[in-house]
Design a protein around this ligand. Structure first.
Ligand SMILES: Cc1cc2nc3c(=O)[nH]c(=O)nc-3n(C[C@H](O)[C@H](O)[C@H](O)COP(=O)(O)OP(=O)(O)OC[C@H]3O[C@@H](n4cnc5c(N)ncnc54)[C@H](O)[C@@H]3O)c2cc1C
Length: 411
């Protein structure tokens, strides 16, 4: 469990810390999302003293990632947070893939479905006691090659050797520290999440991933999966928020999905949303020039990716794994200068994970919008296939009609 604030070893007072130059913690982590929690837990497991600063006592009830794979759960297991995460997750064992308007594949695939705020709160409750948690708003941050200091709005001050910024999309601390964010792709993805009228039995333990049937319509795919007792739907699109396609979907979600995915409707029936439809536009942003003394930026705070291909949590946890692997060497020698910090951003695993996620995000968007040669070819192939399939269906129907007609005249 979290250490309660009462057990906080730092004096809680409005007066300045009398010995601010003495690092009290090895690691100060700001942000209690999946990245900050995992890093705090991983560092504590290495024997580091860790202070976690959260903005709130619980994660806001917002729409975020709702699935990840067994490899992400294995990383949480490695930090000691897996038991908590599993307790609020629905295990999925099979993925069924629909493409070009028909089922094409069914294969074993271990994943977990969850509501992100519940996942994060459960992980937070499972933090080791070696992590001291405090909740508050940071009013000032000073960083350097030896010591980092955070001051909260109520005057509490905390010092540490390393500051880890895991604040997701929150920009306040980044601005305070002088980081600049570059907008890579504004309104890159528009994601919808909703419960459906399907019964749980339809997909017990299985998830369906149904790709857009017509190319160039700005849809990536729809995924249906059991979450708790519901069949949940996530629709990933590249529509501009408030644009014609987005408005048409909100006005008639079931009809729009039937029109965009007629093969899905034929196979499973109409996808009828139940209750509120959550929607979230996502910008792709990244930090420019991140290397500086004493501070590391991880997870969405470093860069965001298109959620359609499940690279957000994977990339956040990959940041955690890379950083955790460097900590023993960093703490074995004095100081926390930019040379140490730079080795994190230059780590081959980090570079590969970043390139993969951002590259995939932009390429798949281009494909869904039908904006490059490869996607035009794939879209054409899909159209030819669909038209061919329809011609076969029509011919078979004509044949049946002909046969029935013949038998009617030949008693
Ligand atoms: C709609 C949607 C769907 C998505 N779907 C997927 C998906 O299917 N698969 C996938 O892998 N990824 C998906 N993602 C992305 C994924 O959710 C993120 O990549 C991941 O949650 C990032 O985790 P994080 O810890 O870096 O940031 P966050 O989870 O945002 O955590 C940051 C934390 O820092 C706190 N904070 C901010 N500022 C401060 C401050 N100054 N002081 C203290 N605390 C602060 C915030 O309150 C928050 O608790 C999706 C995202 C969205 C929006």
């Amino acid at each position: 469990m979290n250490q309660p604030e009462a057990a906080d070893p730092v004096p809680v007072s409005n007066s300045p810390d009398p010995t601010p130059e003495r690092p009290l913690y090895d690691v100060l982590v700001v942000g209690a999302g999946i990245a900050g929690l995992s890093l705090a837990a991983a560092a504590a497991r290495q024997g580091r003293s860790v202070l976690l600063v959260a903005a709130r006592d619980t994660h806001p009830r917002e729409f975020r990632a709702e699935k990840f794979s067994a490899s992400e759960m294995a990383i949480l297991d490695g930090c000691g947070l897996g038991v908590g995460a599993r307790a609020v997750s629905t295990p999925l064992h099979t993925v069924i893939e629909g493409r070009w308007g028909r089922l094409i594949k069914r294969m074993a695939s271990q994943e977990f479905a969850f509501h992100y705020p519940e996942l994060v709160d459960a992980a937070r409750a499972a933090l080791p006691t070696a992590v001291t948690s405090v909740t508050g708003r940071i009013s000032a941050a000073e960083t350097g090659a030896e010591t980092q200091t955070l001051t909260l709005a109520d005057g509490r001050r905390y010092t540490g050797r390393l500051l880890v910024v895991a604040t997701g999309l929150g920009e306040g601390l980044q601005r305070e520290l002088g980081f600049e964010r570059r907008l890579v792709s504004q309104g890159n993805t528009l994601v919808y999440g909703f419960n459906t009228a399907f019964s749980y039995a339809l997909l017990a333990g299985e998830q369906l991933i149904w790709s857009a049937e017509a190319g160039g319509d700005g849809v990536a795919y729809l995924t249906l999966f059991p979450l708790g007792t519901q069949i949940r739907a996530n629709l990933f699109t590249y529509w501009p928020r408030g644009g014609t396609a987005a408005e048409a979907f909100l006005a008639d979600p079931a009809g729009t999905m039937r029109r965009l995915m007629p093969g899905l409707a034929r196979t499973y029936g109409t996808v009828e949303p139940v209750g509120a439809i959550q929607q979230r536009p996502i910008d792709l942003v990244e930090i420019t020039d991140p290397v500086r003394d004493g501070v590391v930026v991880i997870g969405d705070a470093f860069c965001t990716t298109c959620p359609a291909y499940g690279t957000g949590i994977r990339k956040a946890l990959s940041d955690v794994t890379v950083l955790a692997s460097l900590l023993p060497a960093w703490f074995a020698t004095p100081g926390m200068d930019a040379a140490k910090i730079g080795s994190y951003y230059a780590h081959p695993e980090k570079l590969a994970a970043d390139q993969r996620s951002v590259g995939v995000s932009l390429r798949l968007r281009r494909m869904a919008m039908g904006r490059d040669l490869v996607s035009r070819f794939l879209n054409l192939r899909s159209t030819v296939y669909r038209r061919g399939q329809q011609a076969v269906v029509d011919a078979a129907a004509k044949l049946r009609r002909g046969t029935h007609g013949a038998s009617a005249t030949n008693p």
